[in-house]
Design a protein around this ligand. Structure first.
Ligand SMILES: Cc1ncc(COP(=O)(O)O)c(C=O)c1O
Length: 421
């Protein structure tokens, strides 16, 4: 193995990570938008220790487990209205695979086996497993050698919905055109990121478009899947990014903020109406993985969820996010290569206008400069239009840490090259 150019992480506490030399890094990206409570949360660590001493693994076919039962109960209290079933997986990719299995099986059982096309957007990111990758609108992730892995039956001509040139997200007209092209009777599901993740650098889809898709799905019988792996669990200032549009999707997948980075767990939340189409318990139809919903992961996630609810951190993300958006906009204004700030709550993206001949190089330069100044940022975007860095600190960030984040970011912005003319 070659030596990594990255600092070697030694420890972490709250919003800071420390490397082996003792240098501190303010984590302005919450890991990859998953460490929503910060590091070393004492209540979560205590819950993990407590569960470690009791039982770490039992299989769902052999035992029920108390932390998972409680987690399901408490999840249902914050899940979108009408949620009737929670299916567990270990990663966001797996949760999306599960949503696809449920959508296809649902149509089989309800007399529409011909509904096999799933529409998705470009840019988008849905994960690295085969089905999720097949729906991912992100050319750099789709190495041509992967083609035999990707189920082409899921997609069809026109099933990848693209924004108009220069726009960050597809609007209603582009979705309408895709549905017209494919034919609504062939569509099993539409999958969207209500606020885009790494592929668009936190670009929200228009709320009208999301509401329009909900109405089309209701009218024409396909399912609406919201991929909230990144945007869920309060990150955008509401429990679910779909809440901003007042939409409840048929299937909602989430992960990162569920565990806060303390363990691996992800969920597919299923509307009661969809779950009711299955004669056997849904879990026994769509199946899972060895570690799905294991007691240790459930105990950690339950403790995370209780912190999110107890401290009302979604509301905190709304307030802090509004302040960060305003201060970031002011901070970026003097820099010609900064195009503006987008996003919702604490899921923000700083748009960059790099050299079109070298897309994403500018974001790499800024991220490296930020790291030298002790600030961690995530890359966003897949091309010159979407190029950005994501600014998404933990929901527990203090006012003082927010000011320090902006100070370090200003130092990094000061190192940006002159614009290419
Ligand atoms: C929107 C979205 N969907 C799916 C995934 C895949 O999740 P995982 O990396 O846990 O498989 C991610 C991960 O970043 C994501 O942001």
């Amino acid at each position: 193995m070659t030596a990594s150019p990255l600092p070697m992480a030694a420890s972490a506490q709250g919003s800071y990570v420390y490397d082996e030399t003792g240098k501190d890094y303010l984590d302005a990206s919450s890991g990859v938008l998953n460490v929503n409570l910060g590091h070393g949360n004492p209540q979560v660590l205590a819950a993990i220790r407590d569960q470690l001493a009791k039982v770490t693994f039992t299989h769902r076919t052999q035992f029920a487990n108390r932390p998972l039962a409680r987690l399901t109960e408490e999840l249902l209290a914050v899940a979108p209205a009408g949620t009737g079933h929670v299916e567990y997986a270990n990663s966001g990719s797996e949760a999306n695979e599960c949503a696809l299995r449920i959508a296809l099986a649902y149509h089989h059982r309800t007399g529409s086996p011909g509904r096999t096309v799933v529409l998705s957007e470009q840019p988008s990111y849905h994960g690295m497993t085969a089905g999720a990758l097949a729906l991912t609108g992100q050319p750099p992730k789709l190495d041509p050698s992967f083609a035999p892995l990707l189920p082409s039956a899921l997609a069809a001509d026109g099933s990848r919905v693209r924004p108009v040139p220069g726009a960050l997200r597809a609007g209603t007209e582009q979705w309408r055109h895709a549905l017209d092209t494919v034919g609504r009777a062939r569509v099993a599901a539409v999958i969207v990121e209500p606020v885009g993740g790494s592929s668009s650098g936190a670009a929200p889809m228009a709320e009208d478009t999301l509401r329009w898709l909900r109405a089309e799905a209701d009218h024409h019988g396909f399912l609406l899947i919201a991929d909230e792996v990144m945007s869920g669990f309060g990150r955008t200032g509401r429990w679910w990014a779909c809440d901003h549009a007042g939409v409840a999707p048929d299937l909602l997948t989430s992960g990162k903020g569920l565990t806060g980075g303390y363990t691996s767990l992800a969920v597919t939340l299923v509307q009661e109406r969809v779950a009711a189409a299955f004669e056997r318990p849904l879990g026994s139809v769509v199946l899972g993985h060895t570690m799905s919903g294991n007691p240790l992961a459930a105990a950690a996630s339950l403790a995370v969820l209780r912190q999110l609810r107890g401290q009302d951190l979604p509301a905190r993300a709304a307030v802090l996010g509004a302040e960060l958006l305003e201060r970031l906009s002011k901070l970026g204004a003097p820099y010609p290569l900064v195009t503006g700030v987008r996003g919702r709550g604490l899921m923000l993206g700083l748009g960059l206008s790099g050299d079109p001949a070298r897309p994403l190089e500018l974001s790499r330069t800024l991220i490296a400069a930020a790291r030298r100044h002790g600030l961690i940022l995530c890359p966003g975007g897949i091309d010159a239009t979407t190029e950005s860095v994501m600014v998404a600190p933990p929901l527990t960030t203090s006012d003082h840490e927010l000011t320090e984040l902006l100070r370090r970011l200003e130092c990094a912005l000061g190192e940006l090259p002159a614009p290419v003319r």
